[in-house]
Design a protein around this ligand. Structure first.
Ligand SMILES: Cc1cc2nc3c(=O)[nH]c(=O)nc-3n(C[C@H](O)[C@H](O)[C@H](O)COP(=O)(O)OP(=O)(O)OC[C@H]3O[C@@H](n4cnc5c(N)ncnc54)[C@H](O)[C@@H]3O)c2cc1C
Length: 605
């Protein structure tokens, strides 16, 4: 009977009606009948003012009762403007999935409910997963569409400042400081600044690079994005439909410039953030910026967003004997082009994306390359395997798909990713067998959860094969294990076998230090230790924190709080945790790459 769309919608309607009634009378027992024993409720600020996932009917009921009275949720209904309720398979389970809308006393939100039949209770449809996400705060709606600004400030007074005068004054900060200072103008900084601009929060981005987009322009020559164009959009302004599937770095860099101009973002290039501390008495930060001409500027923003990316401080291991090596040693962050190494011998240490890409670049430039593996690495072909996790984005709208991704509880997301990893292994069977034969040590992530969880938990440890793995299989790039190196000497690496691996260049593709190191460097130990970005009620453990972070960038992301869409939401923000004005610190410090402020000018509780 539930095969028909109208029946599916009626079943969802019925559940939502009962849910709303039960929330209004949370003590009368009706709520209990609506959830499976092993169900999940994920709340993104809507009812709990927190980002949290509760597992198990008893715990969910307790939490719902606690928050429903205060939040006063109402108006639960299928959202006719979004994807219609349908049957889906998520994490191996068949369910009815529906997107709904609702309100609370202070805001409007969206949610997703997945219903499955309870075999032990007459096949009654009960919630298996429920998401409630705050979208916008009443009174702080974004000025979009028919609510767009009218431009009266610069179009009615013919003798007053025009639009350009006001833009220049806004970006100059000659006589005032911004409310929010965003450090770093990569896509994460741009996303959050664009969202804050829409909320009329005075925001300045600073970046040490001389030109917007240089963070991409200066990367290696052949770079194109790894995710497909449809999952790399920035908020409000999608990439044109004729753009290539994999965006080249310089094209993306130029788009960033156009984006800043079009979205009217205040952006200071050539400006390095040197450090800051929090003034408890004034409730604001004191920060020092160094401008392109060397001049210093002190600012007092109420909030600071650290959007400095995952590649902050290079991690340079202390390799025995490397100081005696007479050739050139560089970290991967210093590598730009293989042309200079034509005919030379290179050792690349590290088998993440950078190590592989640099090895391939050197090889194609005519160098003789040996890749040195330090630990087992996850290899996945860029197509189709690496794109499998984004398969849900291949149809439907970006907004619906982001909401669906946000709705998956960590435990189910892990299960789902483990299933995808199995599929990747089948698809990449020949490649993986070839690599194993070449002596490459493979791994598939904790509990087989694959590349995306590796990115979310440690920011690397995998390679999307765009050709380097094939070169290793064919023997065109040699492979050695780090454990087989005895010590470096003047000529290169002396192996435990007695052989010497002679080289002119050693590239240390050994990654970057944890972001905590950067926080300590810029804000001091006290701020690092306080971890103001950490969610007070997040499940414990690094993985859980990462998950929370990945989600909150979206969260803070609908209309109330801002976000980067799709891939940037996960990848761009992977190791950043957005937690504005946490209960613990009450300081407006966010370590994030994107996201929306939860009413940045109001105190939170
Ligand atoms: C080959 C390749 C392909 C990739 N493909 C994708 C993809 O398709 N999708 C995806 O989501 N991710 C992709 N990534 C990952 C991508 O690099 C990161 O997601 C992204 O760069 C992170 O963006 P961000 O804004 O957080 O940081 P960044 O882009 O690193 O920007 C940080 C900015 O902060 C500035 N900064 C740092 N410190 C300071 C300071 N003290 N003062 C002032 N400014 C400072 C830097 O100059 C920089 O501009 C890819 C990476 C590579 C190498």
């Amino acid at each position: 009977m539930l095969d028909r769309t109208e029946n599916i919608a009626a079943a969802v309607d019925n559940w939502l009606t009962q849910f709303e009634a039960a929330l209004a009378e949370p003590d009368d027992g009706a709520l209990e009948t609506l959830f499976h024993a092993d169900s999940y409720w994920r709340d993104v600020l809507a009812l709990s003012w927190n980002i949290q996932t509760i597992n198990g009917a008893d715990a969910i009921l307790k939490e719902l009762k606690t928050h429903a009275r205060r939040a006063a949720p109402s108006g639960f209904a299928i959202d006719p403007e979004r994807r219609a309720p349908r049957k889906v398979m998520r994490a191996g389970t068949n369910a009815i999935e529906a997107i709904f809308k609702f309100e609370t006393g202070v805001g409007r939100g969206s949610g997703i409910v997945r219903l499955i039949a309870d075999l032990g209770d007459g096949n009654t449809l009960k919630a298996w997963t429920l998401l409630t996400e705050l979208g916008e705060l009443k009174g702080f709606e974004e000025q979009l569409g028919t609510a767009r600004p009218r431009g009266n400030a610069y179009s009615r007074d013919f003798r007053g400042p025009n639009w350009l005068d006001l833009r220049k004054a806004s970006a100059a900060y000659a006589d005032h400081d911004p409310t929010v200072l965003v450090i770093g103008g990569g896509q994460s900084g741009l996303c959050i600044a664009a969202r804050l601009k829409q909320l009329n929060v005075d925001t300045l981005i600073v970046d040490r690079e001389q030109r917007i987009g240089d963070n991409w322009r200066k990367r290696y020559h052949a770079l194109t994005l790894h995710n497909q164009v449809q999952v790399n959009h920035l908020p409000y302004m999608h990439f044109p439909p004729n753009w290539p599937t994999y965006i080249p770095k310089d094209k993306l860099a130029n788009w960033f410039e156009a984006y800043v101009e079009t979205m009217e973002l205040n952006f200071w290039t050539g400006t390095e953030f040197e450090g800051g501390s929090y003034d408890e008495k004034e409730g604001r930060w004191i920060v020092t910026l160094r401008r392109a001409d060397g001049a210093k500027r002190a600012m007092h923003p109420r909030h600071v967003v650290l959007a400095t990316g995952v590649s902050g401080i290079p991690s340079v291991p202390d390799i025995a004997g490397i100081k005696d090596f007479v050739g050139k040693v560089m970290h991967s962050s210093q590598y730009d082009d293989g042309e200079n190494w034509n005919g030379k011998r290179a050792i690349v240490i590290g088998t993440g994306n950078s190590g592989h890409d640099i090895a391939q670049d050197l090889c194609s430039s005519g160098a003789e390359v040996t890749l040195v593996q330090r630990s087992p690495t996850l290899i996945v072909s860029i197509e189709p395997s690496a794109q499998l996790v984004y398969a849900p984005y291949n149809d439907g709208t970006l907004e619906d798909n982001d909401l669906i991704a946000t709705s998956m509880p960590l435990k189910l997301a892990r299960k789902s990713h483990a299933m995808t990893t199995e599929k990747s292994k089948e698809l990449d069977k020949d490649l993986l067998e070839g690599l194993a034969r070449a002596g490459f040590k493979l791994d598939f992530g904790e509990d087989n959860t694959g590349w995306q969880f590796k990115y979310l938990t440690r920011g690397g440890g995998y390679y999307f094969n765009v050709g380097c793995s094939d070169l290793i299989v064919k023997g065109e790039i040699a492979l050695k294990q780090f454990a087989d190196i005895d010590i470096f000497g003047a000529a290169g690496a002396r192996m435990k076998s007695g052989e010497t691996l002679a080289a002119d260049l050693v590239v240390l593709a050994t990654g970057y230090k944890r972001q905590e190191e950067l926080v300590r460097k810029l804000f001091g130990e006290a701020v690092e230790k306080a971890k103001p970005w950490k969610s007070a009620s997040a499940p414990s453990g690094a993985l859980a924190r990462r998950r929370n972070c990945a989600t909150c960038t979206r969260v803070l992301g609908n209309r109330a709080c801002g976000s980067s869409p799709a891939a940037w939401r996960n990848a761009g923000s992977a190791r950043s945790i957005w937690r504005c004005r946490s209960r613990r610190s009450r300081k407006g410090f966010c370590r994030a790459t994107s996201g929306r402020a939860r009413r940045l000018d109001e105190s939170t509780n």
